[in-house]
Design a protein around this ligand. Structure first.
Ligand SMILES: C[S@@+](CC[C@H](N)C(=O)[O-])C[C@H]1O[C@@H](n2cnc3c(N)ncnc32)[C@H](O)[C@@H]1O
Length: 285
């Protein structure tokens, strides 16, 4: 897998937000390779199997470390587990995800970001015309996603990083969404502000995850994963209180019999005068 060169225009240093350049080099053994560099600081970001690595693996801590381990461990069987669950519960996989997928406002050709892409299961339900970007904290899940993309003959740009420090420039995406991980992020508020920062003004954001009812009733009792959910310092609650006040149309709903929540809101569009002057929109995050 090669990094799609079109991705370069939206990439930035996840900490300083400075632009990056793609450089080629040849190893001592004569093997060509590519890396990204922040030309201001000289900081390099390697490409592993074509996936830019924005994660400082040694620095991953707390809940992010705990759930990175979990997802690395279950990545290989993740899709099968979902299929078996759907089979025995007699539910359609698309319908299961409808509570948030139906909220997405996607147009042909849109640049779409899924934060915490996992094995890429949502990609199949989006139009093939979109330019899809997926970021995740688990290398195991990204590897499985890469294989899925090949199997489904779909194109996407994948990134290894944390939701709390997105490696994308302000206002880069027409659609930004998240499903399934935010309950246990190290810093949910920061991740939400990052999603807002990289979203174009006027865009609706969609964030969805399991409710406490599901985490307690299902995950805590499940084999293999149960122990990751049992010892918790707080109950799960939808992070509606962490959405900045200036966001519009904030709405919190539950679906699948109260087992999942969906939080949506819209990033304000810049005032008309600013749009007419062609000035770049101000980041509200
Ligand atoms: C339940 S899976 C959902 C995957 C995918 N969104 C889906 O719908 O199937 C949760 C994902 O969140 C990722 N994740 C957890 N914490 C994260 C963080 N702080 N930043 C980015 N991804 C994270 C995990 O690695 C995992 O792939």
């Amino acid at each position: 897998m090669k990094m799609q060169e079109s991705a370069l225009s939206v990439l930035c240093d996840p900490i300083t937000h400075e632009s990056l350049e793609l450089r080629n080099e040849v190893s001592a053994h004569g093997a060509p390779s590519q890396f990204l560099i922040n030309p201001h600081s000289g900081k390099r970001f390697v490409l592993r199997d074509g996936i830019p690595v924005f994660l400082d693996e040694a620095a991953v801590s707390g809940l992010n470390r705990k759930y990175q381990k979990l997802y690395d461990r279950i990545a290989v069987g993740y899709d099968l587990a979902g299929e078996l669950y759907a089979f025995f519960r007699r539910v359609n996989l698309r319908a299961m995800r409808g509570g948030y997928l139906d909220e997405l406002e996607i147009k042909d050709g849109d640049r779409v970001l899924e934060v915490s892409v996992g094995t890429g299961l949502n990609i199949r339900y989006l139009p093939s015309s979109v330019e899809f970007y997926g970021l995740d904290l688990s290398w195991g899940m990204l590897q499985k996603c890469r294989r899925n993309l090949r199997k489904w003959r779909r194109e996407a740009s994948l990134f290894y990083g944390e939701a709390e420090n997105l490696p994308f420039k302000d206002a880069s995406f027409d659609v930004v969404f998240h499903f399934g991980g935010i309950n246990f992020f190290n810093d949910k508020g920061r991740a939400i502000r990052e999603m807002i920062r990289v979203t174009k003004p006027g865009t609706k954001l969609v964030i969805s995850d399991e409710t406490e009812k599901h985490v307690k009733g299902m995950y805590e009792k499940a084999p293999v994963v149960g122990k990751y959910f049992k010892q918790r310092s707080e109950v799960v609650s939808a992070p509606a209180d962490l959405v900045p006040q200036e966001m519009l149309e904030i709405r919190l709903t539950e679906f699948r019999e109260g087992s999942l929540y969906c939080l949506t809101f819209r990033k304000p569009a810049p005032p008309a005068a600013e749009q007419a002057s062609g000035r770049p929109p101000q980041s509200s995050a």
